[in-house]
Design a protein around this ligand. Structure first.
Ligand SMILES: Cc1ncc(COP(=O)(O)O)c(C=O)c1O
Length: 401
């Protein structure tokens, strides 16, 4: 039997979050039976709210109307036009046409293809970083990737960033709102990043999967919308339907760039990979774009969960936690709760919480270095309020020992 295949594929690792989830599922029944308590899941970026009826009904209608033939690769023209309109109205990105937009299987496929534009090249991005970037996109495309660590308060070290961008990079991956920290980049930060990339001819992959999920008075700003960057065509904006509309299983996202060569190549890549997104969900995607107040209701629900989780974590002595401004995660630092003997053990908090029926993702999963080993990510989008309350009370108990 042949055992060696494409070396890039051998280097891909299935996200630790999948493994963690599977382990949790096997442990949970025994934990619940023995302790009489709930096992509480905080590990997955899943949404527990149902799909909107407008989206569900449009999908069923399309099926009943027999929209089951080969799709138009890259998305139907009317859907791409609707996406251009949405990008103009919500993201405030002007100057795009339907030809600049490619419909993909989730933000994930758009991102993977965007990395593929630079196969074998040099890229960089802030860490902590979404696990899939380091474990899948980078090895799949053979990218030489440099991590730019955010500071402990998640601010940016612009001196390091500037030096790196001046060193001959092909692209910079930016994720805003940010997984796992919940950071929402300010217009000043975005402008500095954008101007540095423009000056150094570095293409920007702007992952905006959480574009609608921002809290309090925060606003999401798309990098490509900044008036100072209007002439900078080397930005691909990648939003997703998954989190905004609780449509994670539909697998729908898109890429939009004013760089016509890049959008053509993305179209060709999409055609080659899958020949287009499922025909009978495309009308439903158009229907989703019309929902406005409904999205705000869901964001309000996430904000309630964020508040309960953040306020609860804040009460734990010696835990450092920043209030997430967007996305669906909180990323506290447990450094001062580590016993000296465990300082190097990146799984310490994960294991300790797991024994107590709480599943989180260890911070070490979000970087190739050990800089975030004392952190953990908790997702609050699939955990109802009463379980969040129970979890924080339990964590207060655990860490007061
Ligand atoms: C930062 C980030 N980008 C992109 C995605 C892609 O999501 P999807 O492929 O479901 O659109 C995710 C999903 O968790 C994410 O966390």
């Amino acid at each position: 039997m042949r055992t060696n295949f494409n070396p890039h594929l051998h280097k891909i690792e299935i996200s630790p979050i999948v493994t963690i989830s599977e382990r949790a599922k096997t442990i949970a029944p025994e934990y619940e039976e023995k302790s009489g308590r709930h096992f509480i899941y905080f590990q997955r970026g899943e949404i527990d709210l149902p799909v909107f009826p407008e989206v569900r009904d449009e999908t069923i209608k399309a099926l009943q109307e027999g929209k089951t033939k080969y799709p138009i690769s890259g998305g139907t023209e009317d859907l791409r036009e609707a996406l251009v309109q949405k990008l103009q109205e919500y993201n405030k990105i002007t100057g795009l046409s339907a030809d600049n937009v490619v419909l993909t299987y989730g933000g994930q496929e758009a991102l993977q293809m965007a990395f593929e534009l630079f196969r074998g090249g040099r890229g960089a991005g802030f860490t902590p970083i979404w696990t899939v970037v380091l474990e899948s996109f980078v090895p799949y495309s053979g990218i030489h990737f440099t991590e730019v660590p955010l500071r402990e308060d998640f601010s940016i070290d612009f001196v390091s960033l500037e030096n790196l961008l001046a060193s001959g990079l092909d692209f910079f991956y930016l994720n805003n709102p940010h997984n796992p920290t919940g950071k929402v980049f300010t217009s000043e930060e975005l402008l500095k990043i954008g101007e540095l990339c423009q000056k150094n001819k570095v293409f920007v992959i702007s992952d905006e999967a959480y574009e609608y999920i921002v809290f309090d008075d925060k606003k999401h700003i798309s990098l490509a919308s900044l008036p100072e960057l209007t002439g900078f065509k080397d930005i691909v904006t990648i939003p997703s339907f998954s989190k905004t509309y609780s449509m994670t299983g539909f697998r729908a996202g898109y890429a939009a760039t004013k760089n016509g060569i890049a959008s053509d190549l993305l179209k060709k890549a999409q055609y080659t990979q899958t020949a287009g997104v499922v025909s009978f969900i495309q009308p439903a995607l158009k229907a989703a774009l019309k929902l406005k107040d409904q999205i705000q209701e869901r964001v309000a629900e996430f904000q309630k969960r964020r508040d309960l989780l953040y306020d609860g974590l804040k009460r734990i002595d010696n835990l450092e936690v920043h209030r997430p401004e967007g996305a669906i995660y909180v990323f506290p630092n447990f450094a001062r709760l580590f016993p000296a003997s465990q300082k190097k053990n990146g799984n310490y908090i994960y294991e300790r919480l797991l024994q107590n029926g709480i599943c989180v993702v260890p911070g070490q999963s979000f970087a190739g270095t050990d800089l975030f080993n004392t952190f953990a990510r908790l997702s609050f989008s699939a955990t109802p309020l009463e379980l969040i309350k129970e979890a924080v009370e339990r964590m207060e108990e655990i860490f007061s020992d």
